[in-house]
Design a protein around this ligand. Structure first.
Ligand SMILES: NC(=O)c1ccc[n+]([C@@H]2O[C@H](COP(=O)([O-])OP(=O)(O)OC[C@H]3O[C@@H](n4cnc5c(N)ncnc54)[C@H](OP(=O)(O)O)[C@@H]3O)[C@@H](O)[C@H]2O)c1
Length: 277
């Protein structure tokens, strides 16, 4: 199976290259393929003729998207649409990676694939528009929603655990304790996607770390694993205002066969700690 990965320089792109190393992988970074350019997309898909495309390219800066909704839509919706069109023409399946931020977080039980979406942020709206474009254009689609994604790669990866490690020189950090979600270690997501693409069970899938936690608990466990002495104090979202509104509750679960479950979020953090040390 020949797999074309877009946005290959990002967290999930890096993880997929490792996970799929026993297959033929064409890994294209942003410099090699700008997915907002339909001509570049058509040329790449036609030249490589992969058996499947996995789109890892994204405008992932949730706060920046609030003041640049057009930019977020150009990449998260327009780029996804370009890939859907180019792959559909050649009957090639497409994996579009999406997010828990398509939900409003007002629920009180884990969100499954059939739950109603209602994004609170520009990022969430742009990702939902990407899902809708892919679903409308290419019937051979896997839309995989994940959450709170992190990886030790690339070296400059921007994610929550790395940001908190960078704070470890401080005596105290304050971290919000009223948002519940499912942290997902990118290699675990990559392994789940690798299993999913062995099937032709197209549709929407929730693929996120098992269990649930808060950013506060995640930090506490991270510091424990790294033997960091910094005290972790809990605070509320209201005390820590950010440009983009986040869902208060965005734990993901799956009701879709072939029920692919990821390891528990804590197992992911332990593996991350081992890899970083
Ligand atoms: N990170 C999270 O917490 C999270 C949570 C839920 C869902 N997701 C979704 O999971 C997927 C993977 O996220 P990630 O964390 O791996 O993202 P990431 O690390 O930010 O990687 C995204 C990659 O896309 C590239 N890119 C940007 N503009 C591009 C363009 N026009 N054409 C091609 N590539 C472009 C970026 O390159 P540059 O670095 O050069 O800009 C970067 O390498 C995304 O769909 C994201 O929405 C992420």
């Amino acid at each position: 199976m020949k797999v074309l990965v877009t946005g290959a320089g990002g967290q999930l792109g890096c993880a997929l290259q490792t996970t799929l190393s026993n297959r033929e992988v064409v890994a294209l970074t942003r410099a090699e393929l700008d997915i907002t350019d339909i001509n570049e997309v058509r040329a790449a898909v036609t030249a490589h003729r992969p058996n499947i495309v996995i789109n890892c390219a994204a405008y992932a800066n949730v706060d920046a998207a609030e003041s640049d909704e057009a930019g977020a839509f150009a990449l998260n919706a327009g780029g996804a649409r370009n890939l859907a069109e180019a792959t559909d023409t050649l009957n090639i399946p497409l994996v579009q990676v999406s997010t828990d931020y398509v939900f409003d977080g007002l629920g009180d039980r884990p969100y499954h694939e059939n739950d109603l979406t209602n994004p609170l942020s520009a990022y969430g709206r742009s990702k939902l528009a990407g899902e809708q474009a892919v679903a409308a254009i290419n019937p051979r689609h896997f839309i995989t929603r994940t959450s709170w994604l992190y990886h030790h790669q690339p070296a400059n990866a921007k994610n929550f655990p790395k940001a908190m490690l960078a704070q470890s020189h401080r005596d105290i950090v304050r971290v919000v304790n009223d948002q519940l979600g499912s942290p997902t270690y990118a290699p675990h997501l990559a392994a789940a996607i690798a299993r999913l693409i062995e099937t032709d069970a197209y549709g929407v899938y929730h693929l996120a770390g098992g269990g649930q936690t808060t950013w506060f608990e995640l930090t506490w466990r991270l510091y424990q694993l790294f033997k960091i002495q910094t005290a972790v104090e809990s605070c509320t979202t209201a005390e820590f205002p950010r440009p983009a509104k986040r869902p208060a509750y965005s734990v993901l679960t799956t009701i879709k066969e072939p029920k692919i479950l990821l390891p528990d979020w804590e197992a992911g953090l332990v593996e991350f700690a081992r890899a970083v040390r």
